[in-house]
Design a protein around this ligand. Sequence first.
Ligand SMILES: NC(=O)C1=CN([C@@H]2O[C@H](COP(=O)(O)OP(=O)(O)OC[C@H]3O[C@@H](n4cnc5c(N)ncnc54)[C@H](O)[C@@H]3O)[C@@H](O)[C@H]2O)C=CC1
Ligand SMILES: NCC(=O)COP(=O)(O)O
Length: 334
Amino acid sequence: MSRHNKPTMGLTLGEAPGIGPELVVKALQDDEIKALATWVIIGDERVLHQGEAIAKLSLPYQKASSIDEVNDSHPVWLIDLGNLDPQSYELGVLSIHSGKITGETLIFALELAKTQKLDGVVYAPLNKEALHKGGFHFQDEIHFFADLLNCQEGFGEINVMDTLWVTRVTSHVPLKEVSALVTKENVLKTIQFADENLRKAGYQKPKICVAALNPHAGDGGLLGTEEIEEIIPAVEEAKDKGIEVNGPFPADTILLRRDTDPFDCLVGMYHDQAQIGMKLLGFNRGVTISGGLPVVLTTPAHGTAFDIAGQGIADPQPMKVAMKLGVRLSQNLN
Ligand SMILES: NC(=O)C1=CN([C@@H]2O[C@H](COP(=O)(O)OP(=O)(O)OC[C@H]3O[C@@H](n4cnc5c(N)ncnc54)[C@H](O)[C@@H]3O)[C@@H](O)[C@H]2O)C=CC1
Ligand SMILES: NCC(=O)COP(=O)(O)O
């Protein structure tokens, strides 16, 4: 519960050699975004200044030495951790040191959220390889967050683009491991996860559509048997539990079904299966939620974009949408 009239949202700068600091500076030029919450940037002031220089924009903010000083009198605050000198990394180049600091900064933000001093955290894109090499030996950031928040299961990434939500049975795993993980139990859990999280976000009876794994949904077993042995039984059991779910449908045309039989959430079997279509539909509007955790966490669906870091051309729109959705979820959940 916010201690203030507006939600108090943590905002991290992400992987400093990437486009994160530039995105934060650009996004906070928007009056609508500024009015939504009290934004508390958590990071190094020098990195924030680098973001301003790259964006060629100035960002007015108030400094706080601790979260207890933050109040509604200013829309943007900075808690300067003084932990990352921009001289220590090169823009566009993976830095193990920056990865370590990204992880430590997120720990700082999550500790505040755990104790309800923040209503949610929006993080600018981080780099999984840098985070891992920086000492956080998790498969990806959601496992890192879950560990910090003492969650063993029931969490997963959800991507949101406008009114389309997408989640997946397997996420950041090598493709060769996917088939073994597409089990009835995992598919059912993911359908239930989708249903629960959309309900929390305000959908009364979310309509869920499940993708097949194999080409043409396996063509009756000719092109693979996961549909018959695992996915269909999971969908049937989910229906028996009262969830509005259909499928499996061939993945290459599943998004087209929205024109004739609209649905709220697509459950995919693996990362790129769902993400390619979604990113083509609205790369500049995609957000990722770390779902199923006790803290609201959102981030743009895109990554650190090292190839354009420092050029000032990064599009802040997905960051803005992540900030708006973070506020909305924090109001629903807190
Ligand atoms: N929000 C987060 O924390 C996310 C982090 N990642 C991480 O980011 C790293 C790089 O991932 P990639 O797969 O290379 O994807 P990426 O999204 O960083 O880059 C893919 C392409 O999109 C462009 N792009 C991305 N964001 C843009 C923006 N705001 N404006 C203009 N162009 C933009 C890039 O320049 C690049 O050409 C990986 O370590 C990945 O795990 C990936 C997705 C989300
Ligand atoms: N940091 C969030 C993240 O990497 C999720 O992106 P994606 O795996 O959904 O593309």
